[in-house]
Design a protein around this ligand. Structure first.
Ligand code: SF4
Length: 352
């Protein structure tokens, strides 16, 4: 009879597999005791570049999304869908939130994000209402790819939030297909119109994120079309971002800073900014040395993928990604491409 390890992974025998190794060192290190405050649907608070100390609420299992962006830090989309449903039970989320706030101080923000598109959860509006009753003083942000905003029901459900950070990387069909790889039903016109309609109805702030990659969406046609779309949407801020973690496909390169500055100037409007570099995250009060140390100890034993670290440390991949960004920027770790994806390892100092 085959026995199973946690997470439904079959128990292996004979030569130690990578997964067996991962579970063994997890147990040896007893990370669950070291890092006790773990939830199924909450993560952090994490040091967020844009929102300070932010508690993450993740309503979508990895990795259900309406887009399959080449740069996605969480890996390829395994279920590309626009279907809205109760992907996780809202009651569980309520229980975890109540528990969290009984035990922890208030974060700067509560942010709906995760390894998928949060507005695909059909009860996101209920969870927002619940939080507005439970902790009305904490501002509430929603990170969304923006594709669902063409649905008036989704727009209504987000009305009680304080800040919405939608993405729009492409305003032409060609660039959209290249960088976001959407299902055929998502077209730039309806995507942008959804954002325009939302901006007209929403009373809170909108920070539009544009993720830029050389040769994917920096062509003249797309930049011109994006400029027009930005004008129509009229967001409070436009935030230009580029790669700082390995994406869902290999061989991507970040947009050079000078080019980001050129594009920011081309958009020619107030409120366009290039998102700050990752080292600043270390200065955040939410930065946890125990999480950083657990990552370093783990990859010192053997290089790990992001998914390996998530399983081993029992922490959300978005949270781990934040720390990997800081460690990589500080030159303590590096990523190497292998068959199973990007592996993180300690950086070997140059010899001599
Ligand atoms: S980056 Fe966001 S929108 Fe794009 S595939 Fe990943 S989770 Fe989905």
């Amino acid at each position: 009879m085959r026995k199973s390890l946690p997470y439904g992974v079959p128990m292996c025998s004979g030569k130690e597999s990578v997964l067996c190794f991962l579970f063994r060192i997890r147990d040896e290190n007893n990370y669950h005791k070291k890092l006790p405050d773990m939830y199924q649907h909450l993560f952090g608070p994490v040091p967020s570049r844009r929102l300070g100390m932010s508690l993450g609420v993740d309503l979508i299992p990895h990795k259900i999304c309406s887009l399959n962006c080449v740069y996605c830090e969480c890996g390829p989309t395994t279920r590309l869908t626009r279907e809205r449903k109760a992907y996780v039970p809202a009651d569980e989320v309520y229980r975890e939130l109540e528990d969290f706030f009984q035990k922890h101080p208030d974060p700067d923000y509560i942010t709906f994000s995760g390894a998928g598109e949060p507005t695909l959860h059909v009860q996101i509006g209920d969870v927002i209402s619940f939080l507005k009753e439970l902790r009305p003083q904490i501002p509430l942000a929603v990170l969304t790819n923006g594709t669902t905003l063409s649905d008036p029901q989704v727009r209504r459900e987000l009305m009680q939030s304080d800040l919405v950070l939608p993405s729009l990387d492409a305003a032409t069909s060609l660039a959209l297909k290249k960088i976001n790889r959407p299902p055929a039903s998502i077209q730039p016109e309806t995507y942008i119109q959804g954002l325009v309609d939302f901006a007209e109805e929403f009373q809170g702030e909108i920070w539009l994120e544009i993720f830029l990659l050389p040769h994917f969406n920096d062509d003249e046609d797309n930049l011109n079309a994006l400029k027009k779309a930005i004008f129509r949407i009229g967001p409070d801020r436009v935030q230009l971002n580029t790669l700082d973690r390995p994406g869902a496909v290999e061989g991507l390169h970040p947009m050079p800073h000078e080019r980001l500055e050129e594009i920011a100037a081309f958009f020619d409007r107030e409120g366009v900014e290039i998102i700050a570099a990752p080292p600043k995250r270390k200065e955040s009060k939410a930065y946890r040395d125990d999480v950083e140390n657990a990552i370093l100890e783990t990859i010192a034993r053997r290089p790990c993928t992001l998914q390996d670290l998530e399983k081993l440390l029992g922490r959300h991949m978005n949270e781990i990604n934040k720390y990997l960004g800081v460690l990589e920027e500080r030159g303590e770790i590096e990523s190497v491409e292998q068959e199973r994806g990007s592996f993180y390892q300690l950086k070997t100092p140059p010899s001599g």
